[in-house]
Design a protein around this ligand. Sequence first.
Ligand SMILES: [Zn+2]
Length: 307
Amino acid sequence: MATAYLSHGLFKAHRMQPDHPESPQRLVSIEDRLQEAGLMDILVYREAPIATREQLERVHTARHIDELAELSPEEGLVPIDPDTYMCPATLEAAWRAAGASVLAVDMVMKGQVKNAFCAVRPAGHHAERDAAMGFCFFDNVAVGAAHSLEEWGLERAAILDFDVHHGNGSEDIFRDDPRVMVCSVYQDPLYPYSGSPGIPGRLVNVPVAPGTAGPAWRHAVTDAWFPAIEDFRPQLIILSAGFDGHAADPMAELLLTEADYGWLTDQLIALAERHANGRIVSCLEGGYDLQALSRCVAAHVRRLAGV
Ligand SMILES: [Zn+2]
């Protein structure tokens, strides 16, 4: 069965400061690399739709949704925090980034595709129930997970977050929801300086020190994530797919390579086969070295597509 690729032209219209590392060029480099590798030809492309308000309100407050609409500028940039800005295209891009994960969940649940990669901007995993932060406005993976529970009646979904930064938004949103497992592996200390001790078997935080390389990172994930995922038996796996743990990434100090992301993808595919009928929805989060990012995404998507 095929792999879906969800994106939208507007994701490249969302811009922050001119020299901001979270740039439209990230998606250009990913698309170029997938094209070069011949992967685009075998992926099922869909435009990311605009999420509905109901879908957003499952995980965000009405106040937060309304506030972003009010802040959205007609021209120029509006700061949300010292690193996060809205331009005129940001609001619709954020609604569509959330909509991508909703459509991806629908496609894998209907069996139209085996799995899906959502090439979105803005990213999502730092957005909390009531706050935008850290380049994120709505928590895209959280919107997708909530959709799988409410629309498809799943009893257990897992959000697995391998971005180098802790997924504080997903933790904030699902901390008290026994239907959703949240696993995160991240550099510590590093922005956003969060990550609670966790909840055994359901909220699994795995901090690793700056300078950690592939072998130790693989051990940490193998020891902490995999037994918990086996026990939780998620019916759907949703990935916060950040590639900023790569050794070349300017935002953090881990020493991962594309082989490490390929390895993890293989492990998660095997877990999804055992528990979730293979269903994986992967949503882009971070990754700021354009060459490394595009190589990592290609390694990830190649495995999702099974080629
Ligand atoms: Zn990140």
